[in-house]
Ligand binder design. Sequence first.
Ligand code: NAD
Length: 361
Amino acid sequence: MSIEIQSNLFENIATFEHEQIVHCYCKDTGLKAIIAVHDTTLGPSLGGTRVWNYTHEAEALNDVLRLSRGMTYKSSISGINLGGGKAVIIADENVKRDEFFWRRYGKFVDKLSGKYITAEDVGTSTKEIEYISLETKHVSGKPVFLGGGGDPSPFTAYGVYLAMKASWKKITGSESLQNVHIAVQGTGHVGQYLIDLLAKENAKISIADINAQNIALVTSKHNVQVVDPNEIAKMECDIYAPCALGATVNSASIDQLKCKVICGAANNQLKDELLDGNAVMQRGILYAPDFLINAGGVINCYSEVLGNYSKEQTMSLTDMIYNRVLEIYLKSEIEKINTQQAAISIAKERIEKAKNLNAKW
Ligand code: NAD
């Protein structure tokens, strides 16, 4: 039997600068996973396990390489001592993802001896994390009853809220969000917690979602304006908060934006970090770098990894987002680069400086 192998894996590793890629396959459970360890200079790599219906293995590989590198920068800019990693599981309708599937996956994670710590992502919840934790201690985002931090969304929302206050201070001199008009796209986990914080501060809130139930949950609690999902990004407002999908800030949408600040939880908001980041800057709109301001979730995992988990510790570690955002805006102004580039540059610099230090983790 001959096997035809077509791969440019080493080329990919060279481009993205990953330390290790592990392909995991279990014949008995049908598990197919790829774990990518991007960089462990600052600490063990941490990142969630994503389950996705990839059309091709190459698509899964590309996703895990990109996402794990993103985790390296997210942890670095947040000042926490974690590296970047991520795992993807190729969803298959013929494969049952039961307790034993997840425990089998936990065994693969365990074989990396702590170089990779897993957590939740799209397609995994505290239930799966509980199964994985039966086979490995290298796991975070455990349910509260197992001593974990549980749902990270309140912390993610808190970080975004702090970033909004810092951004508003940057352009008006005041951090108060009272009567500031904020358009929240997506009223899911993070969106709802964010709206709670904004309502407490008497902001003027507009919301949109394609899920009527989530809209109803918000309107039952708060006095908000409901907007068509196709209109929210184009509406006249002070702050546009993308809390649903990625890539909503792109060459087609940028000209239509009527906000002063973009500040939301969604990952990868800029379709093209350089071109769209520059175009936003040229329009005079302040963009709060997504991978920093939505770091509350990974900070919550870090709190758990440190041991003796407490919400207070996560909140206090998340507080740094406020000053970090202001630091990035200043760097962007001085160096005339867009804010996303300024943030990536700070993240890379911390890793470079730590490279010769031999930290023990
Ligand atoms: P979620 O799935 O709970 O909520 C997303 C919401 O967006 C849903 O209510 C969905 O109906 C809505 N939505 C989808 N398409 C839409 C559209 N076209 N227009 C308007 N609404 C739409 O997800 P979440 O956990 O709240 O996360 C929101 C975003 O933040 C995601 O991009 C996620 O990757 C990112 N993020 C979340 C966390 C976290 O702690 N949950 C951490 C970091 C980043």
